[in-house]
Write a protein that binds this ligand. Structure first.
Ligand SMILES: [Zn+2]
Length: 97
């Protein structure tokens, strides 16, 4: 059992003692924890306007996007971020102890 860092993301050690990200729902190992877990996720990105049409957001904009990050195996949603289109993924700093 690894250390939970988000509802569906945990950090665990692989057989060689290296830290890896794991999906806390299905147990799939995503990849080494020296990068952000978002690098291993399935990403869906859409402009705000898409979410206005879906009745979720009230602000119509093509400058901002919502990015949703999903497990590549079980498709549970790991995280959502709201950013200016083209910006790199928001990084989550995890204390190393
Ligand atoms: Zn999963």
């Amino acid at each position: 059992m690894g250390r939970r860092v988000l509802e569906h993301i945990e950090i665990d050690k692989d057989g060689n003692g290296h830290k890896v990200y794991r999906c806390a729902k299905c147990g799939t190992t995503l990849g080494p924890a020296d990068k952000g877990f978002k690098e291993y996720a399935v990403v869906k990105e859409a402009s705000y306007s898409h979410y206005v049409d879906a009745g979720i957001l009230a602000t119509r904009s093509d400058r901002f996007v919502l990015r949703e990050f999903y497990c590549p195996k079980c498709a549970v949603r790991f995280d959502v971020e709201s950013v200016v289109k083209g910006e790199p993924y928001l990084d989550i700093k995890i204390r190393d102890d």
